[in-house]
Design a binder for this molecule. Structure first.
Ligand code: SF4
Ligand code: SF4
Length: 386
């Protein structure tokens, strides 16, 4: 049976994080079950963009420091790697993200190496049932002896939730990510892209930074929720099934996880997952705010409701009072439907990937109901259901 360890951890103070990580790993047989001296270990962080660790948008640098130190003490070479989303002047902002997140500083202090996946070369992998039968993924994931996935506990305004399963998307280097948003526009199609990546690689351990989580309009524009949790598992689907249940979501609310379950990438049935560590049953994060889009997601498979949703739907809109005209959204839009001069969005071509919302550093891309009456109806509907 799949096992998920949950440990309480209230701060990023290194001694406490280290103690809880070590205690959590003991439940899975200890670090020795995974790590041998002389290994090169890649820590695949969540570095969505140039965000400071206090925003809860990225894997916290002190969390990464604690794991790096543990691995260095065990005689390992440590790599810290990712590729950020979006584009600035035609390139992904990964280099800047490593600086702003504090990870470059941590790597220097702890003797780890930064692996900017945009510059490390790619390996071509064969993918069954995909449009062209192959993908190009960053080389370090194939060069390391062990890959440890370090996702962040966050909501996602388009995918509803982002955790261990989705975190592998950063293995697609640079602006190639936009191509996958374009060729796989629906959440289910995008979930298949993520599942294909998992099938092409091998990750033995997933350790989620859920100490400071992001609630609301994640993965970058939400607010911090002090969840005080570290989750550890060898099964990314099981880890995400527990993490998403903690915040009040079911697997079928999260298309990427539903596809991962259907592709048998791991255990999605919470009843078949053994909880270890500080909890024997799944804790609930009281008052955790989900993305606004969630009602539409929950209703979309119900006949007439789905057609009504076109009328009710939430769309990105650029607030010109907040916009700083950096053009990250314009350059990053996979289908190029944002007008550079006016910042108007051509909704006839918009694929609702929410990359613009995700990547704007000024929270100027807001998610709005097109129709005020629709918004009121949805609020009344939501109140009646409670
Ligand atoms: S909406 Fe945000 S990302 Fe787009 S141009 Fe304005 S500030 Fe930049
Ligand atoms: S406008 Fe925003 S949500 Fe629409 S396709 Fe472009 S990036 Fe995606």
């Amino acid at each position: 049976m799949a096992r998920v360890v949950i440990k309480e951890c209230g701060t990023y103070q290194i001694e406490q994080v280290t103690e809880q990580l070590n205690a959590g790993m003991e439940c899975l047989g200890g670090w020795d079950a995974f790590v041998k001296p002389g290994m090169t270990v890649l820590l695949k962080v969540n570095l969505i963009g140039p965000k400071s660790p206090d925003t809860a948008a990225v894997t916290h640098s002190e969390f990464v420091r604690a794991i790096t130190r543990i691995l260095k003490q065990r005689g390992c070479t440590v790599w810290i790697g990712d590729s950020s989303g979006g584009a600035i002047a035609g390139t992904a902002p990964t280099e800047q993200s490593f600086v702003v997140s504090g990870l470059k500083h941590v790597a220097k202090e702890e003797g780890a190496q930064i692996k900017n996946f945009d510059r490390e070369g790619v390996k071509e992998v064969s993918i069954q049932n995909s449009s062209n039968g192959r993908m190009h993924l960053s080389k370090p994931v194939f060069q390391a002896d062990l890959v440890i996935n370090l996702p962040k506990l966050k909501t996602h305004s388009a995918a509803m939730f982002t955790g261990a399963v989705k975190n592998v998307f950063g293995l697609v280097p640079g602006l190639k990510k936009a191509d996958y948003h374009r060729i796989a526009p629906s959440p289910e199609e995008f979930g298949q892209v993520i599942a294909n990546i998992h099938k092409a690689i091998s990750i033995e351990l997933h350790i989620m930074d859920g100490i400071m989580a992001m609630q609301g309009e994640g993965p970058t524009a939400g607010t911090v929720y002090k969840a005080n949790k570290i989750l550890i598992s060898t099964d990314p689907v099981a880890l995400d099934a527990i993490a998403s249940k903690m915040i009040g979501l079911e697997i079928d609310d999260i298309p990427i996880l539903a596809v991962a379950r259907d592709e048998m990438l791991g255990e999605a049935d919470v009843g078949r997952i053994v909880l270890m560590g500080d909890y024997q049953s799944c804790p609930r994060l009281e008052g955790f705010r989900l993305p606004r889009y969630i009602r539409r997601f929950k209703l979309r498979n119900y006949g007439f409701v789905s057609t009504t949703l076109e009328f009710l739907k939430t769309r990105p809109r650029i607030n010109l009072e907040k916009c700083q005209h950096c053009n990250i959204c314009v350059e990053s839009c996979p289908v190029q439907v944002i007008d550079q001069a006016t910042k108007a969005i051509d909704y006839s071509g918009c694929i609702e990937c929410m990359c613009c919302h995700e990547l704007c550093g000024y929270q100027a891309v807001e998610l709005c109901k097109d129709n005020p009456l629709a918004g009121l109806l949805m609020r009344v509907y939501g109140a009646l259901r409670r």
